[in-house]
Design a protein around this ligand. Structure first.
Ligand SMILES: [Zn+2]
Length: 411
């Protein structure tokens, strides 16, 4: 039953997205023709017939109060945005996951531009070393929940936006309850939330990442475009998922990507322009270069959104991402080369445990890395340090995936 209900919901979502895309195409065409006509009339000195061509601000159907018309007047004067797009935005619900480096600028602009309902999910507290990039927070909020700090700033920018605080981490067990409060959810993921990219299907997702001096951005699950899992059917090993806490990041880089996320969310929510679906933007801060590459389309075999997808809401709630990303090579330890010597005791005790488990006198020690370079050096060091049984897996994870197990995740 649940699978059928899920199929039906997917079908309806597909149809809704396709109708919305058609509607937005028609709207774009109408506004282009109107502006063409205005231009021709001006050229010919013709008086514009106001009954045929309504004033962009006083158009019959909109939900804007006089104060809103004043507040958003620079949006309303834009021929390609105007009253209808602003009304769409005011009626939208947008959920931002993470009030960190990406969420900060995104929230600032979404609040300022007039998203109707803005949800913020975050479980963390503001720290001094967040301040260089998480520009929504002020020093006064150090030690307090980020969600409270971000909500306070958003409310002070635009009191007409409904701000909802979710002071919790987004987990598979609570995600559906949170998402259900956002009838139209446009949802941001930080690199930390990568797991949700795998399991949230059919929700328009503006996904951004920023690390070091580089950033990237794309829109998933929009208007027949691919979902995250269409592109990456198997997750990367957890060791491949770096976070800002482990690596450096120049404050302005997530600022730029977060602003672009806000822009994409506003375009989708207001039904204007061409969202970045099926394409990925790559930003290189050092070279001052932005590239946009085409990415693979929706996969009919996708486990989350494909023709035979069977992923139910119950499976979603019970999904164990940790297990999903666990190394298929078990038991194993993940040790970066520079910390090899410091972690020798861990290797010794793991070998001892393995010997006890198997009742053997010499457990085998294999070393593997991505391409087989670091593992060679690690084995040489291990031999010098007395671990003479250490053996190198030539060619690393890439060769393993190519020659041994084609389902092995590579990155
Ligand atoms: Zn998919």
């Amino acid at each position: 039953m649940e699978a059928n209900g899920h199929d039906e919901a997917s079908r309806i979502l597909h149809e809704l997205q396709s109708l919305k895309a058609t509607k937005s195409d028609i709207d774009r065409r109408i506004s282009a023709l109107e502006s063409q006509l205005r231009h021709l009339n001006l050229q010919n000195g013709t008086v514009v017939n106001t009954s045929a061509l309504p004033n962009p601000i006083t158009a019959a159907h909109h939900d804007l109060t006089p104060e809103m018309i004043h507040r958003y007047s620079r949006h309303l004067l834009l021929p390609s945005f105007g009253v209808e797009a602003q009304s769409n935005l005011i009626n939208s619900s947008i959920l931002v996951v993470g009030a960190g480096g990406l969420g900060s600028p995104a929230l600032l602009y979404l609040a300022a531009c007039g998203a109707g309902r803005l949800g913020i999910v975050d479980h963390d507290v503001v720290e001094l070393n967040n301040m260089h990039r998480q520009v929504i927070h002020t020093e006064a909020f150090i030690g307090q929940p980020k969600v409270k700090s971000a909500a306070t700033t958003c409310r002070s920018i635009n009191s007409s936006v409904q701000i909802v605080e979710h002071h919790e981490a987004l987990r598979t067990s609570n995600a559906l309850e949170i998402f259900n409060q956002y009838p139209l959810y446009y949802f941001f993921a930080q690199i930390q939330s990568v797991s949700f990219n795998y399991i949230v299907e059919m929700l328009p997702l503006v996904s951004g990442a920023a690390l070091g001096l580089e950033g990237q951005l794309t829109v998933y699950n929009y208007n027949g475009g691919p979902c995250y899992r269409c592109l990456f059917p198997t997750p990367p090993p957890t060791t491949a998922c770096q976070r800002c806490a482990d690596s450096g990041v120049l404050g302005v880089v997530p600022g730029i990507i977060g602003c672009l996320q806000a822009l994409e969310a506003i375009k989708i929510a207001s039904a204007v322009g061409e969202p970045l679906s099926g394409r990925m933007l790559l930003f290189d801060a050092l070279a001052a270069r932005i590239r946009i590459v085409k990415i693979r389309g929706r996969s009919p075999q996708c486990e989350a959104c494909g023709e035979n997808a069977t992923f139910t809401q119950q499976q979603f709630r019970e999904f164990d991402y940790e297990k999903f990303t666990q190394s298929p090579l078990t038991p194993s330890l993940n040790i970066p080369l520079p910390s090899l010597e410091a972690r020798l005791p861990e290797i010794s005790s793991a070998l001892k445990e393995e010997e006890e488990r198997n009742g053997s006198s010499s457990a085998k020690l294999y070393v593997i890395c991505r391409r087989g370079n670091d593992s060679q050096r690690a084995v040489q060091n291990l031999h010098k340090l007395g671990f003479t049984s250490a053996r190198d897996i030539v060619g690393g994870l890439e060769s393993w995936a190519h020659d041994v197990d084609s389902n092995f995740p590579t990155y």
